[in-house]
Design a protein around this ligand. Structure first.
Ligand code: 7TS
Length: 407
């Protein structure tokens, strides 16, 4: 992987921030966009902007071909059996809400259980809280090990014959833990439950094969994988999607409309009410082309190496606590003793280093870790060891600055 060449593809990276070379380490929040994606979106608007699935005019046909072509591109990317299993959404949050509201409402009742973990992002937590309240189902949490991993024994203990839904992140956005979702799918299925996978932090960084994982639903966001904001994907097994009611109704998703009754289009369109996210889907297809040309395995290895390098560099920094397991995806969540993470992020920004501080939309996990907030540096394919060195220097500066202030 030639990171120097890759960086040239991202125009935003070559700028200075606060007089320093920008070091963008907030990729778990959103990734930057390469020329190929920016151009694909601009070309759509410049050359063939039209609504889809409607007229027979030339631009409309071109837009429809590009939009449906993007669906096929996504199908191949996650190895789904059919494009009928690929629903375009606004993002992971939107996709998980659809599963909770459609599959959850229909299939849950009093006494049923929804099983999640303490590491879930709010997007994979609050939709379940809501549907549990509406249906009388119970929300149960699988505990974590001290290093932030999930033991399969604990999954076995918590998933029972009452469990209808198990939902878990493929990769934690705070701990970097990579969860054994294939094994968890087996446990869920053995108990008659479905497995929902939140792949927001997985899809941008590793190869996903939904048939191999044998998950029932899987959601991810385009904006974390070089695509524009406002586009995402919900994968669902065809037999499950076929039995589900649409969450939104209106134009585009109907077959026949009478005065008092209507019927729905076939999959996947019955879940895509209204004018779809055409430019977003085209941008996502370009992002997938871009990532696959480099290779998802290569990207994963690169980020894994960066995380291990960062962990080594951080190990000798006094007063630095790092959360999560040693074997992890490309991010590091940490705290510096006696310094609030927002202050850490502010000093780092002055040094040109962009990280995130806060609860990372995982308040139950913060409570579990016994902290109110943490700082997080998250890596992507364009980050380098030199950037991690700049990050480490900025951490030392932060410590020195606050040591002076405190004394
Ligand atoms: N699930 C996980 C594991 C996430 O990390 C995120 C976003 C979401 C779901 C929601 O994705 P969205 O695209 O629908 O917003 N995570 C983060 C983050 O860690 N920092 O900012 C956003």
């Amino acid at each position: 992987m030639d990171v120097k060449e890759i960086r040239k593809q991202f125009p935003i990276l070559s700028q200075k921030v606060n007089g320093r070379d920008l070091v963008y380490l907030d990729n778990a929040a959103t990734s930057q966009k390469p020329h190929a994606v920016i151009d694909a979106v601009a070309n759509y608007y410049r050359e063939y902007n039209s609504n889809v699935h409607r007229g027979v005019h030339t631009l409309g046909t071109k837009a429809t071909d590009a939009y449906e072509g993007a669906r096929e591109r996504v199908r191949k990317f996650i190895n789904a059996k059919s494009t009928q299993e690929i629903i375009f959404t606004r993002g992971t949050t939107n996709g998980l809400n659809m599963v909770a509201q459609s599959y959850g409402r229909t299939n849950l009742s009093e006494g049923d259980e929804i099983v999640i973990t303490y590491m879930e992002h709010h997007a994979n937590l609050i939709p379940w809280q809501q549907v549990a309240k509406e249906t009388g189902a119970q929300l149960k949490y699988i505990p974590l090990q001290e290093d932030g991993t999930v033991l399969l024994e604990d999954v076995e203990k918590n998933v029972t014959s009452h469990t209808k839904i198990v939902s878990i992140a493929l990769v934690s956005n705070v701990l970097g833990t990579i969860n054994p979702v294939k094994e968890i799918a087996e446990i869920a299925h053995k108990n008659g439950a479905v497995l929902v996978v939140d792949a927001a932090q997985g899809a941008p960084h590793m190869k996903i094969d939904v048939q191999d994982l044998n998950c029932d639903f899987l959601a991810f966001s385009g904006h974390k994988m070089c695509a524009p904001t406002g586009i995402g994907v919900l994968y669902g097994k065809k037999n499950l999607l076929e039995d589900m009611e649409p969450v939104e109704t209106g134009g585009e998703m109907i077959d026949f409309v009478g005065l008092y009754e209507s019927t729905w289009k076939e999959l996947p369109w019955k879940f895509e009410a209204g004018t779809p996210i055409i430019a977003g889907a085209i941008g996502l297809a370009a992002a997938i082309d871009f990532l696959e040309e480099i290779g998802l395995d290569e990207i994963f290895q690169h980020e894994h190496k960066l995380a291990q390098y960062a962990l080594e560099q951080c190990a000798s920094i006094e007063g630095m606590t790092i959360y999560g397991p040693k074997e992890r995806a490309g991010l590091i969540t940490f705290n510096l003793e006696n310094i609030h993470p927002h202050d850490v992020a502010t000093v780092l920004d002055a040094e040109g280093v962009a990280i995130r501080a806060g609860h990372h939309c995982a308040q139950p996990l913060m409570k579990y870790l016994n902290v109110t907030a943490t700082a997080r540096a998250s890596f992507y394919l364009y980050n380098t060891e030199e950037e991690i060195d700049q990050f480490i220097r900025a951490i030392h500066k932060t410590k020195e600055y606050f040591a002076d202030v405190i004394s």
